[in-house]
Design a protein. Sequence first.
Length: 72
Amino acid sequence: MSTNLKEKMISVCEAKIASKGPDVGLSFYAFFANKNDAPKLLMEAAIWWIETHQLDHFEKAVKIKALVEAED
């Protein structure tokens, strides 16, 4: 996982948890704007989410944050 994506995912997870609590769920689209301005980063997130970890469409932000932080 690229450093940019890792930092972005952790930041978004922390913000969502802080604003909505530890039970908040999100999808990998939560890390991107509504317009496709970073297609390579979006594909990297999709591959990590769907292929690598076989996650459901929505997962708890605390789970995603822990998975990202465990990445090498």
